[in-house]
Design a protein around this ligand. Sequence first.
Ligand code: NDP
Length: 343
Amino acid sequence: MHYRPNENRYDKMVYRKCGQSGLKLPAISLGLWHNFGDDFPHQSKRQICQAAFDAGITHFDLANNYGPPAGSAETAFGEILKTDFPGLRDELSISSKAGYDMWPGPYGEWGSRKYLIASCDQSLKRMGLDYVDIFYSHRFDPETPLEETMGALDHIVRSGRALYVGISSYNSQRTKEAVAILNDLGTPCLIHQPSYNMLNRWVETDGLLDCLDDLGIGSIAFTPLAQGLLTNKYIGGIPQNSRALQGKSLDRDKLTEELIGNLRALNDLAQARNQTLAQMALAWVLRGGRVTTALIGASSAQQVIDCAQAVENLKFTDAELAEIDLLSGDRGINLWAQSSETA
Ligand code: NDP
């Protein structure tokens, strides 16, 4: 079926300036880490992307290694761009990244100039794009001089492969160093991509959010739903069609009786705000405007539609925030801590 985008797609979404740049991002962005590999039906991938665009979600986040197998999410997205979004490239903001294990041998991961530039070229080819809007260093590399990694990002922009650059899971100290190098090179850092949600608070304890405020850099919080924990999915136990049963990135042992009890109480609070738990969790990440955009994943179009409606209520009372703090707090679910803990 030929896809015709919703004519009212820009009416309800909120767009926020990314730091001090001129680029606006939707308050909700869509990531293709899960559910875009060869193990997921292509038709469902199309429906998820279409539902996102129809809801005003203009930002799509990828990385070289998304799949499985690695690379297949970019290939699938490239096909969707061709079939469903012809002529719409300038209404889309697309990102990719390199940093994690992508191909065998010494040049297929981390932060060398050789890896980042080759990987960017491969990503562009898979997606059938001339350029990405944002290209990221996916993780801090303790063995490569930061000047080399940032120099590669600068080159990627100057050579026309990307319009902006970002960094992901760097701690505040490394962020300051990276930003200073990029400023000297004349390619400012647009955005930081950290994990952040009610159950994963490292950006608060590390001081990263304050650091980004001081530097005037935007942020895109990944896993804002704690991979689905902060939704109504698990309040009645673990359903069949859930990430917790896939044995991939979400450890079902984290779902203790105590946590499920707290999720139920959070769900009650969300209902009192006329929101689903997913919507409240996204609004919480976006509260106060410090985080530019919340980067969700989805296994169905309906989930995207539900999440996009979070922007209808982004305000919290002090009492609500205090109750959320009582019911949540850090749960040791930050799988990406190694990058930010490397001094
Ligand atoms: P989320 O925390 O948003 O979790 C997404 C999952 O939550 C979905 O797959 C679905 O689970 C469930 N869900 C989503 N919406 C709803 C809803 N409305 N109701 C009920 N359940 C819902 O994010 P992800 O963990 O998927 O990560 C998002 C993106 O962040 C990635 O795609 C990627 O772009 C980026 N990312 C970046 C990383 C980095 O190192 N920079 C690392 C990891 C992610 P189910 O599938 O079980 O239905």
